[in-house]
Design a binder for this molecule. Structure first.
Ligand code: ZN
Length: 101
């Protein structure tokens, strides 16, 4: 497991807080989509969160039919620039959008 606060890798799943920075995982992960969440009509399956920033959360996921690993970024809806970013990024040919919340 990876700490989304300090990015330390290799943390045992049984840990409840990061041994490096002390971040409490249940608090850090409360906004995350759980592993196994399906998106875009079951096209993608969330594997695990990779990073979290001011705009949203990046997940490692799998394109199920192609059996390939992809990155999915979930933007926070409350962010003031959400619509601007969504409109700009939705024109990118390698991006898909999904409304999950
Ligand atoms: Zn940490």
């Amino acid at each position: 497991m990876r700490c989304l606060n300090c990015h330390k890798d290799g943390i045992a799943k049984s840990e409840t807080s990061c041994p490096e920075c002390g971040a409490y995982f249940p608090l850090l992960l409360r906004e995350m989509l759980p592993a196994g969440t399906l998106l875009c009509n079951d096209t993608y399956r969330i594997h695990s969160p990779l990073d979290q920033g001011g705009f949203g959360i990046i997940y490692r996921a799998v394109h199920i039919a192609l059996d390939s690993v992809v990155a999915i970024k979930e933007f926070y809806h409350f962010h003031n620039e959400y619509n601007v970013l969504h409109n700009r990024l939705s024109k990118h040919k390698n991006l898909v959008t999904a409304q999950v919340r």
